[in-house]
Design a protein. Structure first.
Lengths: 59, 498
């Protein structure tokens, strides 16, 4: 599951993948809504990893 | 623009400023603890902050007032390139999730207060400890100065001139940080963040509605960049892609090496608090992305500004009634107080633990540590104030840029030791020095631009100098470690990772 944490790095650091104006969404060029979309996606990915791990031992 | 005083805006501003001042002094009694008796109390708020307090505190000091001014200013000036702050503040969270709970656990087990404490605990090297501590303190000073500059921009927008308002604001800040410690910014962060959320959500709905929608906003910006030419535009030029990606990655790796962000980590109640925050903190990133768009809205609103930093205050002055502009300005100014307070506390903790305790008074009591840290926080803030008043603004900007590259060089010393004991302190110290020297020299010789160029196989690559320096740093550390291990196979450092 920890591999999920690498996805935001791949999705955002490989710039040629999203450096376009089209398709636009609600007036936002692709470059902008694509990156903004990664905010909730990253949160969900981290949450999935969080859910899958064993809880800490009691201190 | 700053000719007459905006009385309505100013009254709203003064109201909120007075409110947080009272809160700042009251904070000493909040979540009651003996603030002056232990550095854990003054400098880390008693190590008891749960998920929500940590969310407000870290959100409040990571997304600084200067961000609210400078990111839209950069986006206004160059377009897409200024957006690197967005991928930067997204990819930082998988990193925080994976690494910071491990750091917290290491710190909690031994009662460490600073990054340099942790490094000393792992490697038992005074040299490496001092390198990490000094880098942290030096990198923080210009960062505090930038918060003052951010505050100055909005104070100027309300028609107040001269340096007195800034000095007054800073003395108040210094006094309640002195008496309440980390509890003050933690409590004020609730107000600051709530205000910033209100301001930005209103702005991103109302402003495009007034201007004709986001399509119009982007078109106006596109036309302006087409007329302007150069390396500007709604998307990146091919030559900007590698700088964009490396700036995002380098900044993300550096972000939680700073004393102020680490203070928020160490002050958390548990490792799980930090993990939950890695999931919840991206809400601020969404906000930052929307704030950045204010730079484009300025084109749709036909603003003319003399300095790019005036984009945000001007936008609020032109498009909103005076009382709401005042509310927005107080949000930004209070937004400067929270990080400035946490930064001075983080730097004071470093000074107390890793300079004073290590070299001047090793037998210092807990209460003595708190007393030294309180004085140190005053001195740090006075230094930053003097910086702002007596040196050109450009120096603070340049030094903050260099500070980012310097603090990134503490990454191997702090992070690698949490996962492996292979590296030797001597190697890490040499790598740190190599990274700092090469990085500073490269940035300096490029006219203090954060980019470096290398030629490989006929093609030249432009990238963030801090990341290049980090790679050099790691390579030198690895080679030196191999050599040191060959010369003296027995390591003299003490503890194994738990």
């Amino acid at each position: 599951m920890w591999i999920l944490l690498l996805l935001p790095f791949i999705g955002l650091l490989w710039v040629p993948f999203y450096n376009f104006q089209e398709p636009a969404l609600f007036g936002f060029p692709f470059f902008y809504w694509y990156q903004l979309a990664w905010v909730p996606i990253s949160s969900v990915l981290i949450w999935l990893v969080y859910r899958s791990r064993a809880p800490d031992e009691a201190p | 623009m700053a000719d007459q005083i905006e009385w309505v805006a100013l009254s709203v501003f003064i109201f909120f400023f007075a409110l947080v001042t009272v809160m700042g002094f009251f904070a000493a009694r909040w979540k009651s603890g003996p603030v002056s008796e232990h550095l854990d109390e003054w400098g880390l708020g008693g190590r008891q902050f749960g998920t929500w307090i940590t969310w407000f505190l870290v959100g409040g000091d990571f997304y600084t007032a200067y961000t609210v001014i400078a990111v839209p200013a950069l986006v206004y000036a160059v377009g897409a390139y200024g957006f690197f702050a967005l991928p930067y503040t997204i990819i930082v969270y998988p990193f925080v999730f994976a690494v910071m709970p491990v750091l917290w656990t290491a710190a909690r087990a031994k009662g460490h207060v600073t990054a340099a404490d942790v490094v000393h605990g792992i490697y038992n090297s005074r040299g490496l400890e001092l390198a990490v501590a000094i880098t942290g303190m030096v990198a923080t000073m210009p960062y505090i100065a930038l918060q003052l500059i951010g505050m100055g921009v909005v104070i100027k927008a309300m028609g107040l001139t001269g340096e007195l308002p800034i000095i007054a604001a800073f003395i108040i800040l210094a006094l309640y940080t002195y008496s309440s410690g980390l509890r003050a910014p933690a409590l004020i962060a609730f107000v600051k963040d709530t205000m910033i959320y209100i301001v930005v959500l209103v702005a991103v709905v109302i402003v495009p509605a007034k201007l004709g929608g986001y399509g119009v906003v982007f078109t106006a910006a596109n036309d302006a960049f087409a007329a302007k030419g150069g390396d500007t535009g709604l998307i990146l030029k091919p030559s900007q892609m590698l700088p964009y990606a490396t700036l995002a990655l380098g900044s993300a790796l550096a972000a939680f090496m700073y004393p102020h962000t680490l203070t928020g980590i160490f002050a958390s109640k548990s490792a799980d608090t930090i993990r939950k925050n890695a999931i919840l903190l991206p809400a601020y990133t969404l906000l930052l992305g929307l704030i950045a768009l204010l730079g484009y809205m300025a084109y749709a609103a036909n603003l003319k500004v003399t300095s790019n930093n005036d984009v945000v205050p001007m936008l609020f002055k032109v498009l909103f009634p005076s009382w709401f502009a005042g509310f927005a300005f107080s949000a930004i100014a209070i937004g400067a107080l929270v990080p400035a307070a946490v930064m001075s506390i983080g730097a004071a903790n470093l000074f107390t633990r890793n300079v004073w305790k290590s070299y001047v008074d090793p037998g210092i009591s807990h209460a003595g540590e708190a007393a030294v840290a309180k004085i140190a926080s005053l001195i740090v803030k006075l230094g930053a104030l003097a910086f702002t008043l007596f040196l050109p603004t450009q120096y603070a900007l340049d030094l903050q840029l260099l500070g980012g590259l310097w603090i990134l060089q503490t990454f191997p010393a702090l992070v690698f030791g949490l996962f492996t004991r292979w590296f030797r302190a001597e190697g890490l110290l040499l790598g740190w020095a190599a990274g700092i020297l090469w990085g500073s020299w490269t940035a300096w010789s490029n006219g203090l631009k954060p980019l470096a160029t290398i030629d490989l196989g006929g093609a030249s690559y432009v990238f963030y100098v801090g990341l290049g320096a980090l790679i050099l740093n790691i390579a030198v550390a690895a080679i030196a470690t191999v050599i040191v291990a060959w010369v003296s196979p027995d390591r003299r450092s003490a503890t194994a990772p738990s």
